[in-house]
Design a protein around this ligand. Sequence first.
Ligand code: SF4
Length: 60
Amino acid sequence: MVKIKVDRDKCIGCGSCASICPKGFEMFEGKAKEKVQEVKKLTCEKDAQEACPVEAITIK
Ligand code: SF4
């Protein structure tokens, strides 16, 4: 399983992750939140991570 985590302290609420990967991320109270914290297989989550301007998304 792969773990996905948004560091909400780092997140600046740009919305990129949620628009690139709406099944993985959503905006909540102005910041991003992961919709699922563990997946069997990554799909768009990596693209969202790469698009994050502040490197707030961890995937491992
Ligand atoms: S791309 Fe990064 S900074 Fe932008 S909303 Fe997502 S986690 Fe936050």
